[in-house]
Write a new protein. Structure first.
Length: 264
């Protein structure tokens, strides 16, 4: 029987294109609402958008706020979100490739002063200032590394799909499974780091709300932390990722059938 490669190659080709598109679009969003941030100022709340390569400001357009009247881009909700997180003792958000290039260190870096055995600060004799030590948690450095590596990861996914589509070897018949799981990679990392942030509230002594116990931030849906109502939902990019998953799983099944038919 003739080996029919067109169906699975077509599906794989569409998936490969969508993988490239997916890298550039937001996949999830989170917003906070409270009486301090009324909808007249922040119609969509204090909102941030997540991409595979970083975290971005989710506030768009000019807000109805006098001090922002000259700012056509509106408020920077990423800055506002970091301020709120700082208030309850959370670490700064790792912004990935969206980091401020003018800063010597990423905003999430944490420094402490070096101390002697008696607890006194050690002063640098050349500058006369206390010696600073980088005490940034390893988990945040790993997250930043993942985000900065995402362009290369997506390129690898793209070529894995092409190899799957155009190789006739059975060895590569399952190769598309790895890039097909792209929505679940995001969910896994996102969920883990929400847990991590919610269980590490020790920044600057625990913030203003030291009575807040470690908690699991809302992954999906509505939640509440202190006086803030939180919303966490998939954005259109996540549905693109699900389409990629569906296309590649179907393509794998069609290729298996095609290879099987070719040997009969």
């Amino acid at each position: 029987m003739k080996n029919n490669t067109l169906p699975y190659r077509t599906l794989a080709g569409v998936a490969a294109i969508l993988i490239i598109v997916l890298y550039f679009i937001p996949v999830w969003w989170v917003a906070l609402q409270s009486i301090q941030y009324p909808k007249s100022m922040y119609p969509r709340g204090i909102r941030i958008d997540f991409k595979y390569n970083g975290v971005y400001n989710g506030c768009k357009g000019q807000m109805e706020r006098e001090e922002l009247s000259a700012n056509q881009e509106g408020a920077n909700c990423l800055v506002e979100m970091n301020a709120i997180n700082h208030f309850i003792g959370m670490y700064h958000i790792v912004q990935g490739v969206n980091r401020d290039k003018n800063r010597e260190y990423p905003i999430y870096y944490v420094f402490n002063t070096k101390k002697d055995t008696q607890g006194h600060e050690i002063v640098d004799p050349d500058t006369g200032k206390p010696i600073e030590v980088n005490v940034t948690p390893t988990s945040l450095i790993v997250l930043d590394y993942i985000m900065h590596s995402s362009p290369y990861i997506f390129i690898v996914f793209f070529f894995m799909v092409l190899i799957f589509a155009f190789s006739k070897k059975k060895l590569f018949g399952w190769l598309a499974i790895i890039p097909s799981l792209v929505p679940f990679y995001f969910l896994g990392v996102y969920t883990y780091y929400l847990y991590w942030y919610g269980h590490h509230l020790s920044l600057h002594g625990g913030g203003a709300f030291r009575g807040i116990k470690p908690f699991m931030p809302t992954v999906f849906g509505e939640g509440k932390v202190a006086q803030f109502t939180t919303s966490s939902y998939p954005y259109y990019g996540f549905f693109v990722a699900l389409v990629i998953f569906a296309l590649l799983i179907i393509a794998v099944l069609l290729k298996r059938k095609s290879l099987k038919d070719a040997t009969t």
